[in-house]
Ligand binder design. Structure first.
Ligand code: ADP
Ligand code: ZN
Ligand code: ZN
Length: 806
């Protein structure tokens, strides 16, 4: 029934995806007015019930599914806002991540064009005196005091989720008036380049004596005259001469100055690609060759580029992009937001001058809109950005790069909860593009796909450049160190490094306020017998809690493994580490880097700069340090306890630990000097620690995948997480219990053996922004299908393939 292309007759109806308030959405059929030439991908205004909404045309129809259809009211933009590939991608996201199509489409509409309709409520004069119910009275009193107010605003202010229904009742009784209004959707007008030039009359005026009493006007004309007749940007003229709007207006009115409004820039001519100066290594050359051939067979293939830190992965990406551009195709590079620094963007800009556009969250709305337009109009053919760059309207896409593909920040944490890596793979399949996932520590799921042949593996096993050796890692067994924070070996290396006037980084892991329990004598960590995740100690209730199944137990007095009393409750913060360090090495200049130290005055860049300029000898911080810092002066990295991360109650705890340890180790010895790493731990024989100490990714991945298979975790089974949050703890608990029963009933009804529900249990981060959070995990062969079967009302956040269970 859906006719994408016009069949003989002109389609008379449109299928429009619209978002409704309260996170609902639907797709409805509308009549196309005769005067409108509608295309798929256009953004339109449509009536929905008593209100109006913005929607995206996702299909054109010969016939509507219902008798009575209402007409489309207006087009937001005369051209389609979404290209067909984007609508296909939105359909994939909606299906895969269990969100309404309109929600997925919304993410692709540039925010400048995104708007929603609301109703404004206005009181009739006599309403205050009417007999009213409590909820009605609250609305009436609010409006009486504040005047006309939008329903969306009122709902939030009064914390009344059914404010719409109550208002409708009041309207029926004639006590208030409802009027549809549009909120947002102010398309930023493209910055107009106005240019000013001197006219013949102006030249004459300047030569004569006409402007003797108008020195400002004379100065502006003189400035233009000095430009040898060329036109000058109006902004420039004003900045140089101090001419204000009135002066310019007068000059134009008198015919002395002509203004022209430059039209939108035309597509730029093909600019040259700057050749790489580097001669690719043998491994790089092999990877480049394979990727280029894949580009030529044009079927869209996906690769995993596993290359140790500083192995030259970026050079491989650059050559692939150059090859795609040579073939008249475009490229998309995704980089984790935190790594998307001006320097990182510059590496692409230098290679492809004039062709690169960056899309990330630090852009101002106007810049973001300009970037989007540049892509849509084909003026930029290399898009470098964070995950939302996936939604740029790129046509002729030939190559997609996902750098640091293991990074959890590729997952969007609000609906639509898509994963940038998975979405990039889907986009590659839809566009027939070559996709490269690159990492020094690939996601074990990606590695498993490479084993199965779903991804083709390319490897860069050695560093390139002047420092080809990997840093040396020493593991210190803290069970024999008597409960100190710094082992003698770490102190020794710190003071040696200090004496050589080189720099050190001390790294500790601390997330959240909850505490992991570790036996200081044998390294034992209490775990839930059912879930095999570490129990978390809560000092407020003095209990140990499993954050997956909510099993609770009393804190231990003795270690059940070795009967020692040295059970330690871990949670050392950066501050304590700094104090201890200053006691041990009083002459060291210490810089602290954590969320507390990161105030407005100490931004990440500033701290980095200060450390890079040797204002300090030791940098102490949490995991933020591990990412992206390239500090040639650092030759020692100390890890205070590897265990606090390793035992987080999260299925990816070991994987995150391995990734972090590898990245941290990669910080040491980036310059001319060799690097050393000291890794302090209570679990020296844990496979993850062992593999990290040898920087042996493959053996880590083997051990980790064995664990995942045994426990039925991804990538061997599906996993979804649903979180209910509420200002009331009791409500959060009750709602999640109810939903758990509904899910279990659905399992029985649909006969989904091999799929089960874990929980409900409070989340590890149990209160976020004042809301209590409870969660359910759905695991097994058909977890995603089960999650789709159930109706998730307001308050629920459904996360298919979560990157974290905390
Ligand atoms: P990765 O992305 O794998 O961490 P980079 O691409 O950042 O590594 O490369 C690390 C450094 O090595 C960069 O300074 C880069 O310019 C340099 N480099 C890359 N390829 C070569 C090469 N073939 N010969 C010499 N230096 C190279
Ligand atoms: Zn013990
Ligand atoms: Zn449990």
């Amino acid at each position: 029934m859906i006719a994408e292309q016009l069949a003989p007759g002109r389609p008379r109806f449109a299928d429009v995806a619209v978002s409704l308030p309260g996170n609902r959405s639907t797709s409805l059929h509308y009549r196309i007015p005769d005067s409108v030439d509608l295309q798929t991908g256009q953004l339109v205004h449509v009536p929905v019930g008593a209100r109006r909404a913005q929607g995206v045309v996702v299909g054109l129809l010969e016939r509507a599914a219902v008798e009575e259809t209402r007409p489309i009211e207006a087009l937001v933009d005369p051209r389609p806002v979404l290209v067909p590939l984007q609508i296909e991608l939105a359909r994939w996201i909606a299906e895969r991540y269990c969100v309404p199509l309109a929600k997925a489409l919304e993410a692709m509409v540039p925010s400048g064009l995104r708007g929603s309709f609301d109703v404004r409520l206005q009181l009739r004069p006599r309403s205050v005196d009417e007999p009213l119910r409590l909820r009605e009275r609250r609305i009436v009193e609010y409006l009486a005091e504040r005047g006309p107010t939008r329903l969306g605003l009122l709902r939030g202010r009064l914390g009344m989720s059914d404010a719409g229904r109550v208002a409708a009742r009041l309207a029926q009784r004639g006590l208030l008036v409802r009027e549809p209004v549009l909120v947002g959707a102010r398309p930023p007008t493209p910055r107009q380049r106005v240019r000013a030039s001197l006219t013949d009359a102006g030249r004459a005026a300047l030569a004569g004596d006409m402007l003797a009493r108008a020195p400002r006007q004379a100065e502006a004309l003189a400035f233009l005259h000095a430009q040898a007749g060329g036109a000058v940007a109006l902004e420039h003229l004003r900045a140089e001469t101090g001419a204000d709007t009135a002066t310019v207006k007068t000059l134009v009115a008198r015919g002395f100055v002509a203004l022209d409004h430059a039209a939108a820039p035309t597509p730029r001519p093909n600019l040259p690609v700057v050749d790489g100066m580097l001669r690719p290594s043998r491994d790089q050359a092999a990877a480049i060759d394979r990727l280029t051939r894949a580009l030529d067979d044009g079927r869209g293939r996906a690769f995993l580029l596993h290359g140790v830190t500083a192995s030259g992965k970026t050079e491989v990406y650059l050559r692939l992009i150059a090859a795609a551009l040579d073939r008249g195709r475009r490229a998309l590079v995704l980089v984790p937001e935190i790594a998307l620094t001006p320097q990182a963007i510059h590496r692409y800009g230098v290679r492809f001058p004039g062709r690169v556009v960056a899309i990330h969250s630090r852009l101002m709305p106007r810049e973001r809109f300009e970037a989007w337009r540049a892509v849509r109009e084909g003026r930029a053919d290399v898009v470098v950005g964070s995950r939302s760059a996936l939604f740029a309207p790129i046509e002729q896409l030939g190559a997609i790069v996902v750098d640091e593909e293991h990074e959890p920040s590729f997952k969007q944490e609000t609906a639509p909860r898509y994963h940038g890596r998975e979405t990039a793979l889907a986009l590659g399949r839809l566009a027939g593009a070559v996709v490269v996932l690159g990492s020094a520590t690939p996601d074990v799921g990606s590695y498993e796909r490479a084993w199965r042949g779903e991804l083709e593996l390319l490897e860069l096993p050695t560093r390139v450049g002047p420092r080809p050796t990997m840093p040396k890692v020493e593991v210190v067994d803290m069970r024999t160190e008597g409960g100190q924070m710094f082992s003698p070996r770490l102190v020794e290396l710190l003071s040696e490094t200090l004496a050589r006037k080189e720099q050190s980084i001390l790294f500790l892991n601390r997330r959240g306020a909850a505490t992991i329990v570790i036996c200081g004598a044998c390294g034992f960590v209490p775990r839930c017998k059912r879930c095999d995740v570490a129990l978390v100690y809560h000092s407020t209730t003095s209990e140990m809690v499993c954050h997956q199944c909510d099993r609770r137990s009393k804190p231990l007095e003795l270690c059940p493994a070795c009967e020692s009393v040295r059970l330690q409750y871990f949670g050392a913060g950066t501050q304590r580490v700094v104090l201890e360090l200053q006691r041990l090495l009083p002459t060291a200049r210490v810089l602290r880097w954590d969320r507390d130290a990161m105030s407005k005055r100490h931004t990440a860049e500033e701290l980095t700069r200060r450390f890079a300029e040797r204002e300090a000898d030791v940098l102490v911080g949490t995991q933020a340090i591990a990412k992206g810092l390239d500090l040639p002066g650092v030759t020692l990295v100390g890890i205070i306890t590897a265990d606090t991360l390793l035992h987080l109650p999260d299925l990816r705890a070991a994987e995150r630990t391995f990734q972090l340890l590898t990245q941290v180790a990669g910080r040491a010895g980036r310059g001319e000097l060799p690097g050393r790493v000291v890794l302090q731990t209570y679990s020296p024989e844990h496979p993850c620690i062992k593999a990290a100490s040898r920087q042996d990714y493959a053996s880590f991945a083997r051990a980790e995948l064995r664990f995942r298979r045994e426990h039925g975790y991804p990538p061997f089974a599906e996993l979804s997480r649903v979180v209910f949050s509420s200002s009331s703890e009791a409500q959060a608990r009750a709602a999640s219990a109810r939903q758990a029963s509904a899910l279990r009933a659905a399992i029985a009804r649909l006969g989904l053996a091999g799929t089960w529900v874990v929980g409900p249990a409070p989340c590890y981060y149990r209160r976020v922004r004042g809301r209590h959070r409870w969660q359910l995990l759905v695991r097994g062969r058909e977890a995603a299908r089960l999650v789709r079967e159930v109706d998730w009302g307001p308050g629920w956040a459904v996360d298919v393939d979560p990157v974290s269970l905390l």
